[in-house]
Design a protein around this ligand. Sequence first.
Ligand code: ADP
Ligand code: MG
Length: 555
Amino acid sequence: MGIGLLIKSLGAFIELLLPEIMARIIDEAVPAKDMRQVLFLGIWMLVCSLLALWFNVIANRNASSTSRDITRRIRHDLFSHTLYLSCEKTDDYTIPSLDSRLTSDTYNVHQMLGMMQRMGIRAPIITLGGLTICFIMDTTLALVFLACIPFIAVLIYIRGAKGIPLYTDVQRAVDDMGGVVRENVQGIRIIKALSRTDYEKNRYQKVNTVLARRQVKAGLTMAIIQPGMNLFLYLGMAGVILYGAYRVNAGLSTAGTILAFLSYFTLMSKSMMALSRMFIMFSKGMASSKRIMEVLNTSTEQHWEKKDYPSSDSSYAIAFEDVSFSYLKVKDNLQHISFHLRPGETLGIIGATGSGKSTILSLLLRFYDADEGKIYIHGKDIRTMDPVKLRSMFGVVMQNDFLFAGSVAENVRFGRSVNDEEIEEALSLAQAGDFTGDMYRELTSKGTNLSGGQRQRVLLSRAFATKPEFLLLDDSSSALDYKTDASLRKTLETQFAKTTKIIIAQRVSSLQQCNTILVLDHGKIAGMGTHEQLLRTNKIYADIAASQMGGALFE
Ligand code: ADP
Ligand code: MG
């Protein structure tokens, strides 16, 4: 950028010489009828114009490439930073907002960088340099012209100060619109299925209107700058012509000077207009770069705390001790959760939607830190463990987990070092034997070309593939038919006997064999025990079982 700006400045200085040379032709060479002098100065003008043009082109090319490279880096940094944001922070920003920060905000910054380099140095040099030369040529006349500058400065300052917050509002509206678009694209099938198309159309129209209104407001605020500036500039020019004519008549100035003034005036007014356009771009770019910096300055994840939290009984693979947690710190999503799992044991979790089942897994994976209580793995407080190492111990299938566009094998491998045989094995363990011969079958994004059950089995294979020490399965067999579900349970029991497992399920039948089943109700433990114990002692569990098995189990 530095080199580019240097070349740009050179070009601008050379350009400033042109009217000055022209004034000499008119005032000195023409009256003297000195053709050689006219030709000599004329060639000088030509050389200077060509040089100015050439420097400008080089500098503009340089501006394009540097702003492209800078934005690419910003996008890269922002993207990787976004990936490392803690879940809490992601919730705060919201996904659509992060999305538009990565796309439209970086675009605005790109535009700003390019514009600033193309005009940011040239316009002030032309304006200030032009003024200086005017002063040297004819101070009184220059003062007339100078009188219009304060008005322009005030105009730009006042409007610009208003512009930045307005453009921040515009970007917020872009976030909201992104949110609606994202939901609609993702939920297109359900929207159609429930005939919600009109409703969604209205919802979109609303956010779209807000965006348009804010854009108009920002646009109107900034729109006054350019015509306002023109007005003052032309007033200045009229003043120069009137007063100049008077001075030439009085013999105080020359025709060449007036003509040079007018040329400088044209140059300056062009660059001031560019300055005003730059100012709009600058307001947008600054609003956007603030939004980008906000994310970049957000610290990523909980750091591996160096503090020595006391250890606990290391004979338990996983232990929750009196854990409470709330997402938004208003309502408790989990209260006083305690359980202990020995290596190889299986914990089942059952409970109504929203009772906090998935939240338990999020805390265990340290997506969030518990507000109270402690979580131990092999007796070590998880806050003392490196989150990356911690997570690599788990094979996880989340609720609504994600398949991306690519082959089955790639989805199972998920960028980890897992070879084809291991993938094949994982697929057959996950009862996805139908894929083993067809590992390179292409999936569409989110696995939309698979059935629900097929998706779940690919996801299970992904969790199985690394033979992790722990398996966390969140509602990962809900779409399987009973027979497949049963053979999956058998596999978990026999092939993963040494693996400590936490299984969340809606079906009592999926949890029967668990060593302990935890019944969650509104974030609290409503019962804990084996299937048989709970059937006898826990009303919630017995009710769920009865509704699913038609009371057959009581016999
Ligand atoms: P379950 O898995 O049992 O259906 P969850 O553990 O997903 O329930 O959610 C428990 C409660 O926490 C619900 O009331 C849900 O609305 C709330 N919740 C879940 N995730 C978030 C989040 N990221 N921000 C705020 N609240 C959340
Ligand atoms: Mg859940």
